[in-house]
Design a protein around this ligand. Sequence first.
Ligand SMILES: [Ca+2]
Ligand SMILES: [Ca+2]
Ligand SMILES: [Ca+2]
Ligand SMILES: [Ca+2]
Length: 127
Amino acid sequence: MILFTLALSLACDVPEDAACNADQDQDQDGLNDCDEADLGTDPTAADSDEDGYTDGEEEDCLSDPLNAEEACYDCGWKRADPGTLVSNGAELGDVVANAQMVDICEDMVDLWDFHGEYHILYRTAAW
Ligand SMILES: [Ca+2]
Ligand SMILES: [Ca+2]
Ligand SMILES: [Ca+2]
Ligand SMILES: [Ca+2]
């Protein structure tokens, strides 16, 4: 009976996720090892997808740290596209079609990455 109680007590002392250490950031990318385990990023490589932005920077700018095709915008815009938008028209209150434009930092930006924010869109054309 004593052995059973001791074994039960030891089992309760084991942290839920013993494979990672929330106090450790091996690669100094701003994400602790447990956050990296949750995201699937490499805890020993600061830039898991080698796109030039660290895993922590991509987490902050809402970019995918496991997709080298997607990185933070140089101007600092967040990638706020929830991935669920569907265009339903161009009237007030509608979700307009996604569009891509070059911003002042010369990045090609997706309109839907500004979801949930208010911006003034200034477009011109010249011949
Ligand atoms: Ca890390
Ligand atoms: Ca990492
Ligand atoms: Ca990256
Ligand atoms: Ca990326």
